[in-house]
Design a protein around this ligand. Structure first.
Ligand code: GAL
Length: 422
């Protein structure tokens, strides 16, 4: 065959492919409605990279953001939407709650993407187990947050002449000195999930990882009502005197802002707080410090965000959903998302070169804790127990925090009863 004929054929073939691609282009563009609760500065920056990557593929992203830390409001909205047969494409759902949604038959099987991209090799079993239902992927994990952190303003500590505390005794000594120096020792937002976040961290720091596991994961009645729990409750209550009187109802990111400005010296919070410091242009190790919460250095309470994929109609929308699943675990989105969010990549084997020392410490401690058996799911963030028990325990903890009339003994009886909630 003559060269010119070959070239002509190649040109015709290329034109045919281009026509097909042009035809397929708009047909493949699908609608993505994504429910999440990432509305604070750092949170919103983190999710925007994912949104951009899907819009670049031609998909239409409809942001379904329901404000409210830890997602309590978002979960209520999701339930009412799902009941009326109008579920979104994807929704931020975490931990054991994923199993409930999958059992309702509402979630899509995304094994084709998972197999093509070898998720079983990219994810640790402790994480892939959470996002599978009966062995099939129904959700995509995004990140790994560590909950048991203490965030510190170094200037405020300097003002009071104190160092970052490593035990609760040191914490209270530093807190007294801070109070004397006119600094609010502990920034707190009096919302139920924040009370519960502080509580689980105090339990871990008081009783250690084995006690945390028995009490807050296995919900063992003898641990929920024990001298160690009594001590944890007493320590938890003691913290209240070091918070300010405007704490009730305050959003977590406003509490972080108090530490940023030096109005308060410390905050007990997961590393989404770091996302706020970074969004405000602050530098880890200089403008703010991250240390494990008192008594918890060798343990790691984890909180993995994930998007559940709902059953959607239409090939274009299904393709958009598969593209979203794939994008979330891509190295590019893992980096853009986690650098802003304060978390570490959930995908194994990606470089941490661009991450700060808090993230590097988190990754090292996550690996260490995995080996030592001190890697623990956060109960306050929906990772440890079924939703009914979690909600009931959270209520007891907040009631105890808010009312000094409840004794630790009474609170323990209520914890034992709440743990039985179905
Ligand atoms: C957590 C969630 C984090 C963070 C936080 C505050 O439950 O896992 O990603 O956003 O709530 O909203």
């Amino acid at each position: 065959m003559k060269t010119t004929t070959l070239i002509r054929r190649a040109v015709l073939a290329a034109a045919a492919i281009a026509t097909l691609a042009a035809l397929a282009g708009p047909a493949r563009a699908g609608d993505l409605e994504v429910l999440h609760w990432w509305t604070s500065g750092g949170e919103a920056k983190a999710i925007s990279g994912l949104k951009d990557s899907l819009q670049a593929k031609g998909h239409r992203w409809k942001d379904f953001a329901v404000a409210g830390g830890a997602g309590d409001a978002a979960m209520t909205v999701l339930k009412s939407r799902a009941i009326s047969g109008n579920a979104p494409t994807a929704a931020q759902i975490k931990g054991p709650l994923l199993q409930d949604w999958a059992a309702e038959g509402m979630l899509a099987n995304i094994d084709t993407v998972a197999q093509a991209e070898r998720w079983d090799e990219l994810l640790l079993p402790v994480i892939s187990d959470i996002v599978k239902y009966k062995g099939h992927y129904i959700a995509v994990p995004v990140n790994v947050h560590r909950v048991n952190w203490l965030w510190i303003n170094p200037e405020a500590m300097k003002k009071a002449g104190v160092k970052p505390p490593t035990t609760w005794d040191e914490f209270f000594a530093a807190a007294d000195a801070l109070k004397k120096a006119g600094v609010i020792p502990l920034a707190h937002g009096g919302q139920s999930w924040q009370d519960f976040t502080t509580f689980e961290t105090v339990v871990l720091g008081t009783g250690g990882p084995a006690f945390y596991r028995k009490a807050l994961i296995q919900l063992d009645p003898a641990s929920l009502k024990s001298p160690t729990m009594e001590k944890s409750l007493a320590t938890f209550r003691r913290l209240k005197a070091y918070t300010d009187r405007n704490a009730p109802g305050r959003d977590w990111n406003l509490a972080t802002a108090m530490v940023m400005k030096g109005e308060a010296a410390m905050q007990i919070m997961g590393d989404w707080a770091k996302g706020e410091f970074l969004a405000a242009g602050k530098t880890a190790g200089k403008d703010f410090l991250c240390v494990p919460a008192p008594g918890t250095a060798k343990s790691y309470t984890f909180n993995v965000d994930s998007f559940a994929m709902f059953k959607v109609k239409g090939e274009a929308n299904q393709q958009a959903q598969r593209d979203m699943a794939s994008a979330i675990l891509s190295p590019a989105v893992q980096e853009s998302f986690n650098l802003e969010k304060g978390s570490i990549p959930v995908r194994q084997g990606v470089s941490l070169a661009r991450y700060d020392d808090c993230a590097k410490a988190s990754a090292a401690d996550f690996a260490e804790a995995g080996k030592a058996g001190t890697l623990l799911p956060s109960i306050a963030h929906g990772m440890a127990v079924r939703a009914a028990a979690e909600g009931a325990l959270k209520d007891v903890v907040s009631q105890f925090w808010n009312s000094d009339a409840i004794t630790p003994a009474q609170a323990m009886d209520r914890l034992v009863a709440a743990a039985k909630a179905q």
